[in-house]
Design a protein around this ligand. Sequence first.
Ligand code: G6P
Length: 603
Amino acid sequence: MCGIVGYVGKKDNCVRVLIDGLEKLEYRGYDSAGIAYFNGEKINIVKESGKLENLKNIVNFNDQSQIGIGHTRWATHGGAKKQNSHPHKIGKFTIVHNGIIENYANLKNDLIKKGYTFNSDTDTEVACALIDYLYENDKNIANVIKKANEIMIGSYAIGILCDDEPNNLYVIKNKSPLIIGVSEDEKFIASDVPAILDKTDNYISLDDGDYGVITKDNIKLYNSGKEKEFKIQKFEFDADLMDKKGYPHYMLKEIHEQPDVFKKTVNPYINNDFDGLMKKMPDFTKYSKVRIVACGSATHAALVGKQMLEEYGNVKTDVETASEFRYSKPFLNKDELVIVISQSGETADTLEALKLAKDNKNDTLGIINAKGSSIARCSNMVLYTEAGKEIAVATTKAYSAQVAMLSLIALNLSCKKNLISKEEMMDILKSVRNLPNQMQELLDKNDEYEQIAKKLAEHNDIFFIGRKVDYALAQEGSLKLKEISYTHSEAYAAGELKHGTISLIESGTPVIAIVTDDFIAPKTISNMIEVKSRGADVLYITNRNNDEDDKLYDNRIIIPRTHKLFQPLLTIIPLQKIAYEVAKIKGCNIDKPKNLAKSVTVE
Ligand code: G6P
């Protein structure tokens, strides 16, 4: 993923601007960081492995500079070592890069034959050498970049400095995000707008294939050899969202924002009536099937959505992981709707899956959180979730907003197909009104979560079980725990356990059983009995309050009942909070777990 930032302007504080920008981009990777800036004499490079803090300790903030580039790395080619950190310099060129140059190995061999030597294992250094080599024969850097663009295969957003033109910042963008920030006396480049928001909210969004040159007074952009016009857009951003509001971590703050996010996402569609639901959504009744494609937690939201769309919308729904789907024969029916779900709207695999569906001439709907993002722009139809900016790498509020949106689509279908009674609709209105308070009630059960987390933190392997929607929630609960507390855990369809995994259950093995669906509850409860009788320590998360269940568990968390369409939004809260508490006990870096990144723009 990596984050890149760049500055060219009339002020001398380039070093500070680069470091500030990288701070905001650390969510994209934090294996190493580096900057390069022209100090009036030469391009100075400072880089260090590990968190940005390490770089900050060695950078000279008093160095005056008006142009530079910076990078925070999520390692792809080559380990998280200083020698692999960006910027890389070869010959006259210094570059930072986000993405993957897929044909780097062939290019590297050719360049070695031409006399180039490499100090790192990165594909970036190869791109740098290629540009330097092309420059030998053509001193017009814009032409050189155009040629490099034609030769390189893969995804890349690159910021380039050249010793011969130290006042010009060159850029290329292909399949990795890049924007140019614009103010009167200063220009910026960044992987996303918030990185430069404290400097300007005017920006230009680059398209694939764009390249160009930026000076303090001017921007020239090209695509396929032709100069192109560009539009300066205004970013609307609530700076308040960057504030932790007294919470020790963004993740906890975001978990606690869920009642508000629910209201913001659902109210435009369901308020005192269902007018919005009927008028503001496209007509989905014409599709005979739905395919949902996404990555990570968005796939888990899709799995919840599948249950809702099938039960309430009466439409066959399949869920596929984008990284698999994009390389499969899609087998899409002509009248099949393809839904892609993405918080960032920039996930490379999801974007490519979307393009595959579009190439197949299927209608596509994006359920997206980031307005104007690549996936939003590429989808035929878009429904925005209203989770606001999510900063913690492990998603919580964006996930629940995705689940809420899928439930709304299922309900829309149910209404349009006349599958739902007036009484049930009234019940839904009541549920929607009560849900934020019920969420709050669950969010406040801190002592319960802490007690349970203390027990779980002592174990290395934890199992989650559930059926149907509860299985989908189990998968997200398990992922949360893995992501932020580095505890191995697995989610199983409760009925599948007996086909193998039950052999791993022994005295004291923690099993988290999720039981919220009355229809299937007795079956999951039988599976709880099976693990309990083999010694498992069972945490029972349920909306049932039956005395007869008493002996089946060691600990229980009762969650409030609501309409089935919205029940998952309550069930997920204890799972998120428990993962958070376990990670806290284990002293993990909760907002920035190791090896992960928030926005995955490489495949
Ligand atoms: C990364 C994040 C996950 C997220 C996934 C998909 O792996 O760490 O939290 O679920 O990407 O991201 P998207 O932005 O497409 O929802």
